[in-house]
Design a protein around this ligand. Structure first.
Ligand code: FAD
Length: 452
């Protein structure tokens, strides 16, 4: 029997790890482990946790629809696997790998446990559109690409030449095994998590996520206007597939295949998919990616205004509107993520990990690599980051990308009576002066960047 551990791959087809099962001809046991460490501090009730749990419930229902079994368990991953290996004749363990420090440590433990029992353990790489290990060899570079544009050129050539199509093989073709009742009982979900999976949680809107429909409606209706519309945050011109993509409910290969069928206007959106790969690439090849806060001295920064930012009480209308949308819905458009993150790290002089951590709980589409990549970019750290002297002015950004102030009116109805011109301007009680704090930020970041 082969043990397949679902991770950020919450779908039933195009799962490279299944190839090992098909090749073996053995039955397989499929599990998804809800890890208390990743759900700590009430994360299961925040937008990011709820998105994951909604997709986990959807996956379990998909398995059932195919007449197959997925066992969702709650516990420390190594303990779960150890008990399973005690109760079942496991011949191999397979999963899709993740490269965050926590995931690397967790998987090292799993490998060790498997090795002690003489069970082969194989991790497959599937998160990026380009096969990143192969890309690194193929591109023939000793040092990683540190600038997006040359990366993008080479990446485009690679994807055109070596793209491996999505596999249509599915768990529906497998014989999935039942789990020994002792194991099931030992790692039962706490009732509130079970309710979220079943959709009977009162905090859940009850909407079944439909990843493919989100992708198709974007490609059919909005792809052509994407380049012009993507920064107009009052509208919904982007795909909003991120919350499906990041939990693997959509396969990135399938997204690419569907995109290639589109008649026109492919490039601007493909470029964004390349940014996703660029951050995944950086997370693997930049040894500092997960530790920039240790490499640079961030001590000239402080957290005085962090709460006001998080709660949308800064007195800068576009910032407060964006944070209100985030807190209420789990969503914030990309340009507003840039504006709010730059405002926190530069104008308010707060260390980027504060904002990164806040987004980790609040974003439905939270992804450990893309979120960190975005925060590093705004804080002028990491590969191809915003230069330290680039500090977006939130009021000007708001005026440029949403001249009528429709977005602010939507999220801050108490400001709706202001004129189109006035609505973007800081309120008299704003917690910082934009001009003075910008000048201060440039001086501080010059110092920080020298501290390496
Ligand atoms: P579209 O515009 O339709 O783009 C399609 C896909 O391309 C996205 O789903 C995403 O996978 C990728 N993409 C688009 N823009 C970017 C970008 N700037 N960087 C990397 N990939 C991109 N994205 C997340 O998915 N999860 C996060 O946790 C996350 N945190 C961020 C934090 C900050 C501070 C910033 C500035 C950006 C962050 N992003 C994050 C990137 C970006 O904002 C989102 O990917 C995008 O808004 C998702 O919307 P969409 O699916 O409609 O994207």
């Amino acid at each position: 029997m082969i043990l397949f551990i679902h991770r950020k791959d919450l779908r039933t087809h195009d799962l490279p790890a299944l190839d090992a099962i098909f090749a073996s001809g053995l039955p397989s046991l499929h599990i998804l482990v809800l890890d208390p460490f990743l759900l700590r501090n009430g994360r299961g009730r925040e937008h990011s946790g709820r998105n994951f749990l909604a997709h986990a419930g959807r996956l379990q229902r998909l398995y059932t629809k195919h007449g197959r079994r997925l066992h969702v368990l709650y516990g420390e991953p190594a303990a779960v696997v150890s008990r399973i290996a005690d109760a079942h004749p496991i011949r191999e363990i397979v999963w899709h790998e993740d490269h965050t420090p926590y995931a690397l440590t967790r998987d090292r433990e799993l490998r060790q446990l498997a090795a002690e029992r003489g069970i082969p353990a194989t991790a497959y790489d599937e998160a990026a559109l380009a096969d990143l290990r192969d890309f690194v060899r193929w591109s023939g570079r000793e040092d990683p690409y540190k600038v997006f544009t040359p990366f993008y050129k080479r990446w485009s050539a690679y994807v055109t030449e070596r793209f491996k199509p999505a596999s249509t093989r599915s768990v529906a073709e497998l014989e999935t095994a039942e789990l020994h009742s002792d194991v099931r009982d030992g790692f039962r979900l706490p009732p509130e998590l079970g309710a979220q999976l079943q959709h009977d949680d009162p905090a859940d809107s009850g909407d079944e996520p439909d990843p493919m429909q989100a992708l198709e409606s974007f490609l059919d209706e909005r792809l052509a206007g994407y380049a012009d519309g993507r920064d107009r945050f009052a509208r919904e011109d982007t795909s909003r597939i991120s919350r499906h993509l990041n939990v693997g409910a959509l396969s990135i290969r399938e997204v690419y295949e569907r995109l290639m069928e589109a008649p026109i206007g492919i490039e601007p959106w493909l470029r964004q998919l390349a940014w996703r790969d660029f951050y995944l690439y950086q997370s693997r090849l930049d040894p500092d990616f997960f530790r920039y806060e240790q490499v640079f001295d961030l001590s000239p920064l402080g957290d005085t205004h962090f709460r006001a930012w998080a709660e949308g009480r800064t007195g800068i209308p576009i910032i407060d509107a964006a944070m209100t949308e985030l807190n209420e819905t789990g969503w914030m458009p990309n340009r507003l993520r840039m504006i709010t993150a730059m405002f926190l790290t530069k104008n308010l002089g707060c260390p980027f990990p504060y904002g990164e951590r806040y987004f980790r709980y609040k974003l439905s589409d939270y992804d450990n690599v893309l979120n960190r990549g975005g925060w590093l970019w705004c804080a002028s750290l990491g590969f191809d980051a915003a230069p330290y002297f680039r500090v977006m002015n939130p009021a000007t950004q708001s005026e440029t990308h949403d001249p009528s102030g429709a977005y602010i009116r939507r999220w801050l109805p108490h400001l709706a009576g202001r004129s189109d011109k006035e609505i973007h301007k800081p309120l008299p009680e704003a917690i910082v002066d934009l001009k003075a704090s910008r000048a201060q930020a440039i001086e501080t970041y010059k110092l920080i960047l020298k501290s390496e």
